[in-house]
Design a protein around this ligand. Structure first.
Ligand code: FEO
Length: 176
């Protein structure tokens, strides 16, 4: 059983993970609309990954006997100024998520809630990989250019190396 304070904080994280999913779905739609199919696939995979993150928190709340509160999800932007801008926005967003997770761990530590700390470790590790992957894509776009043939080359490369939440042995598949 977790405390109401921890449950509230975790419910806020459920909404943040769903916002992340929305954010990446929006960038997938924008990429698709400007002909960048590889980026569209990559952001669609990120959308799926974030849904899985949200469902991990959802399931943890239920497992701990807490009430799931589905809070409002903010509307993400609908248009972006090119691939570099999308990946820079992705990195800034993931860094913010890392900060949110660190705050959650701090809260769990202050409440001596060891179960929640252990639960959060998977997400902390996941963030390291996510930020590294996005940083690498940003470097490549900067190297070959944000336009023309170079951009199409990166689009093709990124479309063949999709993010996958299911690679972790600790990943749980949402059942609903
Ligand atoms: Fe679910 Fe990358 O944060």
């Amino acid at each position: 059983m977790i405390t109401p304070t921890i449950a509230d904080a975790l419910n806020q994280q459920v909404a943040r993970e769903f916002y992340s999913a929305y954010f990446y779905l929006s960038m997938s739609a924008h990429s698709d609309s400007i002909g960048l199919k590889g980026f569209a696939s990559w952001f669609m995979a990120k959308y799926q990954e974030e849904l899985q993150h949200a469902m991990k928190f959802y399931k943890y709340l239920l497992d701990q006997g807490a009430t799931v509160k589905l809070l409002p999800i903010e509307q993400p932007p609908s248009t972006y100024e090119g691939a570099l801008a999308m990946y820079e926005a992705t990195l800034a967003h993931e860094q913010q998520v890392t900060g949110n997770l660190n705050d959650l761990i701090d809260l769990a530590m202050s409440k001596r809630d060891h179960a929640t700390q252990i639960f959060l470790h998977w997400f902390i590790t996941e963030q390291i990989e996510e930020e590294a992957t996005v940083t690498e894509i940003i470097s490549k776009i900067k190297l070959v250019g944000n336009h023309g043939d170079g951009l199409f080359m990166i689009d093709n490369m990124v479309g063949q190396k999709l993010p996958s939440a299911s690679t972790s042995t600790m990943a749980t598949t949402p059942t609903n």
